[in-house]
Design a protein around this ligand. Structure first.
Ligand SMILES: *Cc1c(COP(=O)(O)O)cnc(C)c1O
Length: 491
């Protein structure tokens, strides 16, 4: 190449001084983590006008880019990582998890190949299985989260159900009507998984739950007895921690019913599986021994950045038959069948055939790092603190005349509401209290409906959430509740 050409074709993107730029970025990130910025929407005009640029012909370079990120982007991020944020089931990542993810994006952009990162993919799955005492033969795969975990788990269930009749649904399609029996309080991604897998949303049959949100085993028995025998029972789905209330289904009984009827038993523990680290709750998880598939989201209670879920199945070869891409010239030929001596001699464990993604980040290293940093003990302490916080709120709700506990908490979710006998529409009252909480931006729970009442629903999962946040939330609900109910009575 002559000089002129090499000048002409010079790469414009900076690729070599990461440390220097990380130093600049980290100041902005640390300052975000002080959480003293107002909500992003309070400066909407300002950041929107700064960011709303037409497609740039030429770039501004790294220094100016970092300047824009520090001034307009990072300070206007989400409330999710705030210590008092208890909405939905989501939180910010711990430092170890962020740094491990960053390391992977630099040093091992793909999970394939015989690298240390690839090694941790499997090791960390084994650690999770051991920590949560899953059945011994279970093997896992990382996916992007609970939504995809449910597709992958039910894909394995579909494969097993049809193979037992001598059919291959992955190859030939789903040729018989199917049924998935799932808790009435199951996550809606179960329905989406059924749709994606060609079973249809209508194939999901709701199993009645009791007033604690737990499957009634006798309802499941009845559904199975009455089932149309021309339908294929693909799976029974139970929650180990429901999204609404944290309820744990009677896993032992449901698992036994699944065994008796020879139906796949899927346990959705996306949120609640780590709850078993709390000795007070552990017995509730005994039925895991019957599970054919179990999922858990490290990006919830374990503090991984969003995008990391794990699915475990009793036999990974089912996943391979359900999800394999088949062989491809662009892949197989590039590896050696001989004893591997180079990281590029093999893909390693073919995770790409066990799920939905070929290209995929190393997620195991993140899980490895967050466990390595504080151990099983540190994670158990977090879970116990959060469960105790939900109990503490329940106690205060029972003691205060203006609070009502909707449901005894099982895990780290506590559903309660503000009551005032002078107010007629308690749903409206609690809806307004909740809006105020959100706008104040300090204690930020979400809401749900329990036994037909709208309730305030803190879910404690964040590593930054400390003991005092339970009392802070209750105190704020009481203060706002007093004002809002006075206003409602006056109007
Ligand atoms: C959060 C959740 C999901 C969905 O997980 P994503 O990671 O948000 O895709 C599925 N099931 C349960 C029980 C959940 O709590």
């Amino acid at each position: 190449m002559n000089k002129k050409t090499s000048e002409e074709f010079k790469e414009a993107a900076e690729c070599g001084q990461l440390g220097h730029f990380l130093g600049l970025l980290s100041e902005h990130l640390d300052s975000f983590l002080e959480f003293d910025n107002d909500d992003a929407m309070s400066r909407f005009e300002q950041w929107q006008s700064a960011l709303k640029q037409s497609l740039p012909d030429s770039g501004i370079g790294m220094d100016a880019l970092l300047g824009e990120m520090g001034q307009h982007l990072i300070p206007n991020g989400a409330a999710v990582p705030k210590p008092g944020f208890t909405s939905f089931i989501t939180t910010g990542a711990s430092s170890a998890a962020v740094l491990a993810g960053l390391s992977a994006s630099v040093a091992s952009p793909q999970r394939y190949g015989l690298t240390a990162f690839n090694y941790l993919e499997e090791l960390s799955l084994e650690w999770l299985a051991e920590m949560f005492e899953l059945p011994e033969h279970m093997k896992g795969v990382y996916i992007s989260g609970g939504s995809v975990a449910n597709i992958v788990s039910l894909g394995a269930a579909r494969q097993a159900a049809f193979e037992s009749m001598g059919m291959d649904p992955a190859n030939d399609g789903v040729q018989l009507p199917c049924r998935i029996y799932a808790s009435a309080d199951c996550h809606r991604t179960i329905h989406r998984a059924a749709a994606v897998l060609g079973l249809g949303r209508a194939s999901v049959i709701a199993i009645e739950v009791d007033d604690q949100g737990r499957i009634k085993p006798e309802s499941l028995r009845k559904l199975l007895e009455d089932a149309d025998k021309t339908t294929v029972p693909v799976a029974i789905v139970a929650n180990a921690g429901s999204t609404d209330t944290g309820a744990i289904d009677p896993l032992l009984e449901i698992g036994e019913i699944a065994r008796e009827n020879n139906i796949w038993f899927h346990v959705d523990g996306a949120y609640g599986l780590p709850g078993m680290l709390d000795p007070k709750c552990k017995d509730l998880y005994q039925g895991l021994r019957y599970a054919d598939s179990v999922c858990v989201d490290p990006h919830k209670w374990l503090g991984a950045p969003v995008g990391i879920g794990a699915t475990f199945v009793r036999d990974r070869s089912l996943l391979d038959r359900a999800f394999t891409q088949g062989s491809a010239h662009y892949l197989e030929g590039a590896f050696s069948d001989d004893k591997a001596q180079n990281s590029m001699d093999s893909l390693g464990i073919p995770y790409d055939d066990y799920g939905l993604e070929l290209s995929a980040p190393c997620r195991g290293v993140v899980v490895w790092a967050l466990i390595r940093e504080i151990g099983k003990e540190g994670l158990a302490n977090r879970v116990m603190r959060h469960n105790a916080m939900a109990q503490h709120i329940a106690q205060r709700a029972k003691e205060h005349a203006n609070l009502e506990l909707a449901l005894e908490p099982t895990l780290s979710i506590c559903c309660f509401r503000y009551v005032d006998e002078k107010v007629e529409d308690l749903d409206e009252l609690n809806r307004r209290i909740h809006r105020r909480l959100v706008h104040n931006g300090i204690n930020i729970p979400s809401t749900t409906v329990v036994n037909n009442n709208l309730v305030i629903r803190p879910c404690f999962v964040g590593a930054r959430t400390e003991w005092h946040h339970a009392d802070d939330l209750v105190d704020e609900v009481l203060a706002i509740g007093r004002k809002v109910s006075e206003k409602l009575v006056r109007d």
